[in-house]
Design a protein around this ligand. Structure first.
Ligand SMILES: [Zn+2]
Length: 136
């Protein structure tokens, strides 16, 4: 066996592996699981959702409650909402948050960070390098 050739083959094979192969798992937000108590709603899989979004808990809750138009708080592992919400409504609000604050505008990947510059916030993408301003 020609060892030089073998190295060549390995290099060629390696070149064919896409750069982003490790991050190829699709971004999928878990559907909310809710529990109702009187007129209130608990999102019982809140931590799982937050892990997927990979954002600061306070940041997410602040915006989420504002768009839902209610008050709420963390109770144990759950998010308490003062009002009854259908799960598909909550799913939509979470998707909207992800679109604005998690997913890159350019390449749609979730590999982003929120960076602050002065009073402005930007979504910086580590996958494609894009930086887009976050509109309030
Ligand atoms: Zn990007």
């Amino acid at each position: 066996m020609d060892l030089n050739n073998y190295d060549d083959l390995l290099n060629k094979a390696y070149d064919k592996i896409p750069e982003n192969v490790k991050q190829s798992s699709r971004f999928e937000i878990p559907k909310v699981e809710v529990r109702y108590e009187g007129k209130n709603t608990y999102i019982t899989n809140f931590n799982k959702i937050l892990n997927t979004l990979n954002r600061d808990k306070k940041h997410f809750i602040g915006i989420f409650l504002k768009t839902a138009g209610t008050m709420g708080e963390i109770r144990g592992n759950q998010l308490f909402l003062k009002s009854r919400y259908k799960s598909h409504v909550l799913d939509r609000l979470i998707r909207e948050y992800a679109k604005e604050y998690v997913l890159c505008d350019i390449c749609s990947k979730p590999d982003t960070n929120i960076v602050k510059e002065g009073k402005k916030e930007y979504l910086k993408c580590t996958a494609c390098g894009a930086r887009t301003e976050i509109k309030e």
